[in-house]
Write a protein that binds this ligand. Structure first.
Ligand SMILES: Nc1ncnc2c1ncn2[C@@H]1O[C@H](COP(=O)(O)OP(=O)(O)OP(=O)(O)O)[C@@H](O)[C@H]1O
Ligand SMILES: [Mg+2]
Length: 254
């Protein structure tokens, strides 16, 4: 089974950026292939990874449901399950060293949870074919539930260098205990760190959080962003890449 790394944290803290760079780290320093899962309905992990996406689990599910509703004859008498399995394979974006699957935003009431369940089921079965799975989640905590959270080996809680960011990190940390989620290890990474914010690391540690490290604010990321280039393509000597790779090295990911 794959080693599963998931990201959580307040909005805009850098989850997607760190997820993209983590995929790159695993490809460069650990084993391939890696499955990247974009579990944020406002998906953009593909941009961080520099790949295009045609289909999402959300849209495919809609199409499958439409097929049932319209009573259209199914090809070769396939069951809905088989059709969907096939479509999920089609939705996998294959790239160099990694594949990507995107949850997207399903239409209709109550579908959010259904899509989450689907992505859980498929990442569980897909993960047999990968060494690593990296799941980029949406901001907040709604996605953390016993029903929809996979077994996660390492949860990276990303915080910005603010007291609020650390408080959100703490709430996520507490929720993991409360819901008794199957999460092996969880650590906090303080991202977009600027000078003079060292107190925050102390604050985080004082609240009982395990701080794995800090990533400085990196002008190269802003530059890449402006030029529409993927965060994943940052040079190895960029300060954010160096900091994150150092953090991941120290975490001794098997
Ligand atoms: N270390 C960094 N230095 C400079 N800019 C950064 C850094 N990390 C992230 N950013 C920038 O911060 C913004 C938010 O990053 P990102 O989209 O990764 O956050 P997110 O937590 O995934 O957001 P959301 O909650 O909306 O999904 C982006 O413009 C990104 O380029
Ligand atoms: Mg994001």
């Amino acid at each position: 089974m794959a080693f599963v790394i998931a990201l959580a944290g307040k909005g805009g803290t850098g989850k997607t950026t760190v997820a993209g760079l983590t995929v790159r780290y695993l490809i460069e320093k650990r084993k391939r292939p890696v499955l990247a899962v974009d579990a944020d309905p406002n998906s953009c992990l593909n941009e961080a990874l520099g790949v295009d996406v045609d289909a999402t689990i959300g849209t495919l599910r809609e199409e499958s449901l439409e097929l049932i509703r319209s009573g259209t004859e199914r090809p070769g008498g396939m069951s809905m399950e088989q059709i969907f399995d096939y479509q999920v394979q089609q939705a996998l974006v294959e790239s160099n060293g990694f594949d990507l699957i995107v949850m997207g935003r399903p239409e209709g009431p109550g579908c959010y949870c259904a899509a989450n369940n689907i992505i859980r089921k498929y990442t569980d079965s897909l993960s047999a074919s990968y060494h690593y799975v990296v799941i980029d989640n949406e901001a907040g905590m709604e996605h953390l539930s016993r029903k929809t959270t996979h077994t996660v080996n390492l949860l990276l809680i990303i915080s910005d260098p603010s007291v609020k960011g650390i408080q959100t990190a703490k709430r996520i940390d507490a929720l993991v205990d409360e819901l008794q989620l199957e999460i092996g290890r969880r650590v906090v990474i303080i991202n977009r760190f600027t000078e003079g914010a060292q107190e925050l690391e102390a604050l985080a540690k004082n609240t009982g959080l395990m701080v794995a490290g800090i990533i400085p604010q990196d002008p190269a990321i802003a530059q890449a962003d402006l030029q529409g280039k993927p965060a994943c393509g940052l040079p190895n000597d960029s300060i954010a890449v160096k900091a994150l790779f150092g953090i991941l090295d120290a975490l001794n990911i098997p």
